[in-house]
Design a protein around this ligand. Sequence first.
Ligand SMILES: [Zn+2]
Length: 173
Amino acid sequence: MFDVRLYGDPVLRKTAEPVEKFDDNLKRLVEEMNETLRAEDGVGLAAPQVGKSVKVVVIDTTNGEAEPVVLVNPVIVESSEEMITSEEGCLSVPGISLSVPRHAVVTVKAFDLNGKEFKIEKADGLMAKALQHEIDHLNGIMIVDHVSVLQRTMLSSKLKKMAKSGRDKSQVS
Ligand SMILES: [Zn+2]
C-alpha cells in the first residue's frame, strides 16, 4: 500500500506524464493504487497522490462492491454546459470539504490496462464528479483551486499547516 501524498507535496502540482508502456509495472502500480483506495475508503485516486507522476486514475463509485474502474491517459472529450456545485473532499487534503462546481455530465476517453481504448459515455452523478476530480490531479489541479478567494482565505491557515507537513513527508519518503 502507498502513502497518500498531502497538500504541499510538489508531486501534486506537477503535470503527470502519459503512460507509454502497458506492462507489468503499470499493472503493479494499479494494483497497489486499488489497495490504497480501499484502505483509505476513497472514491478515486490519481497516481500523483501516491507520488507517481503518471496519467493513471482508479475510481470506485460502488463503495467497494465492484472492482475500481482503471483509466490510463484519460481525457475529457465532452462536457455539459450545465454545472453542479456540491461538496467534495480529497484524500490529499484530509479533513476539508469544499463546494466545487463541476460539469453535470462528461464523456471521457481512456485506455485500459492492456492499452485498449475505451469511452465512458455521458457519466453523471458521482462518476462525473470523480472523473473531473481525478483528471484534475493529473494536471496538478486540486479542489482548493476551484473555490473562491474568500473560501481559500478562510482555509489558509489550515492549508499552510498541511503544506508544511506535506513537504516534510515528501522529504523523508
Ligand atoms: Zn483528490
